[in-house]
Design a protein around this ligand. Structure first.
Ligand code: FMN
Length: 203
């Protein structure tokens, strides 16, 4: 069984929906999947200042939170965050900054890593956020998996080979095309992680 961890931060639910679709893609090829949010670190008054943020915060309160054990358990890891000023949100970064011990032990070496994001505009930083998330994989010794153009849905419809992305214009939620790209990314992540695990077992 291939283990896939999808770890994300979402303030208003877009990344959460994408994370779920990535999980469905991974599960479609038989992987065991954990979809985990990171802890919200923003002050209560900041959350309360945005009704959609407060609504999502309240709705997701019962969802399991990512732990270091989830990363160590995983053969493949997808990391997702909304774009914040062209990079990932501090909430995801805060969790990733607790992985020093795993890094020191080489616990994440040869995991397969992939990233996804959303922003409110097409040129507001989708690629830069994806690439910034990917920096963590280099340090962990993971093998970075782009979404690529292997599936025609990406080459002909959604167009972003760095990782699944969503343009949330005026707060729009991820549409079917975006969720399909996420599903493809999850399926691909689980497939490649399975190949890597088989190669490890054979050597
Ligand atoms: C503090 C802050 C910074 C943001 N920075 C950007 C940005 O640099 N570029 C952009 O296009 N959208 C930016 N956005 C918009 C979010 O990335 C966008 O609304 C995203 O879809 C929210 O995802 P979520 O529903 O998972 O929280 C920003 C939003 C906030 C609150």
């Amino acid at each position: 069984m291939t283990n896939i961890a999808i770890v994300y931060y979402s303030a208003t639910g877009n990344i959460a929906a994408m994370a779920k679709a990535i999980g469905e893609g991974a599960a479609s090829v038989g992987a065991e999947v954990r979809v985990r949010r990171v802890t919200e670190t923003a002050p209560a008054e900041a959350i309360a200042s945005n009704p959609k943020w407060q609504e999502f915060f309240d709705a997701s309160a019962g969802e399991p939170v990512a732990t270091l054990e989830d990363l160590e358990w995983a053969d493949g890891i997808a990391l997702g965050s909304p774009t914040r000023f062209g990079g990932p949100a501090s909430q995801l970064k805060a969790f990733l900054d607790t992985t020093g011990g795993l890094w020191f032990r080489g616990a994440l070496v040869n995991t397969v890593g992939t990233a996804f994001t959303t922003a409110s505009t097409a040129h507001g930083g989708l690629e830069s956020t994806t690439l910034a998330i990917n920096n963590h994989f280099y340090h962990w010794g993971s093998l970075i998996m782009p979404l690529g153009y292997g599936d025609e849905h990406v080459s002909k419809v959604t167009g972003n080979p760095y990782g699944a992305s969503h343009v949330s214009r005026k707060g729009a939620t991820p549409d079917e095309d975006t969720l399909k790209a996420c599903f493809i990314q999850g399926k691909q992540l689980a497939t490649i992680a399975t190949w890597i695990a088989a190669g490890k077992a054979a050597n």
